[in-house]
Design a protein around this ligand. Structure first.
Ligand code: ATR
Length: 277
């Protein structure tokens, strides 16, 4: 049986869950997998990528801080990669390197699993870094009735909505999120990295509709602070583990043309993380 050679580039990569996820996918199709974790910097990335390519690998995943360099290095790009200006998946083809970005669609798939849609809903994104930039175009494409992007540095939130003329699409500071007159949110996405500091964004339960979903793009220990806040305030909460599995399934499909089943993988991963924490 041929071995499927894949890898993840980024920094850090050591604690990535991607090897476990892709092994579970490969097992579903009886494929042998060799998934390497490659620590890389912007300086070393191009050379390391060439090495991987000439070793016979099918492609690779890309994580922080190499998603923009991966986009720039590719020979051809999917629409999602162009829109995001960043790539999380590279496929080695005869004609060169093809770049895609499966984060946004992976997130939407997991949102659908939580029986939540965006069309006509009032949405807030907290944070305006790489993760927020990745989901903003996807949210806008789904026609929300309102979108607020709030960030500690409000100018970064403003730049994500630069092209937008709809007055219901607004950027602001975290403090302004508490001002009266804002719509109550149906969906609030935490795209900050503040959970890594053991904290959660300073939110008011009154800013959310009763059935609202708080979706945290973080998972594991970084997701604990907001998860606990939501549980205390009786607010529906979902962490980013489902998005991680869904974006991986879409990448696996690009490499193998197979569509792995994701629910069992997600449940097992949740248990694995619970055992670790
Ligand atoms: P990622 O790729 O995960 O999005 P990032 O690009 O570094 O990471 O973005 C981190 C986000 O978390 C930013 O929105 C950041 O706010 P700033 O743009 O003002 O830096 C936000 N963030 C990080 N620590 C924070 C804190 N202590 N309080 C509020 N926001 C914080």
């Amino acid at each position: 049986m041929d071995t499927l050679h894949l890898a993840l580039f980024g920094n850090p990569v050591a604690h990535s869950l991607s090897p476990v996820i892709h092994q579970a996918f490969a097992d579903q199709f009886g494929l042998k997998l060799d998934y390497a974790l490659i620590l890389a910097s912007e300086e070393t990335f191009a050379k390391q990528l060439k090495q991987l390519q000439s070793s016979g690998a099918r492609g690779c995943n890309i994580t922080v801080p190499l998603k923009v360099p991966a986009h720039n290095i590719a020979d051809t790009l999917s629409t999602a990669a162009v829109t995001a200006g960043a790539a999380n998946t590279l496929v080695f083809q005869q004609s060169g390197v093809f770049a895609d970005n499966t984060d946004g669609l992976g997130w939407l798939k997991d949102l659908a699993r939580a029986e939540t849609s965006i069309k006509g809903k009032s949405v807030a994104i907290i944070g305006a870094g790489g993760a927020a930039a990745g989901i903003t175009p996807i949210i806008l494409a789904q026609s929300p009735s309102a979108l607020v992007i709030a960030n500690r540095s409000p100018e970064k939130a403003a730049s994500l909505l630069q092209q937008q003329t709809n007055p219901n699409f607004r950027s602001m500071s975290l403090q302004q999120l508490r001002q009266p007159g804002l719509p109550k949110f149906d969906l609030l996405v935490n795209a900050t990295s503040i959970g890594h500091q053991g904290q959660h964004p300073d939110l008011s339960p009154e800013s959310l509709n009763p059935e609202a979903l708080v979706y945290d793009l973080n998972y594991g220990t970084a997701a604990e602070p907001l998860k606990n806040w939501c549980s205390k305030n009786n607010i529906r909460y979902r962490d980013g583990l489902g998005m991680l599995v869904e974006q991986a399934a879409l990448a696996f499909n690009l490499w193998t043309s197979q569509s792995p089943e994701t629910q069992a993988v997600l449940s097992n991963l949740g248990e694995l993380l619970n055992q670790k924490t």
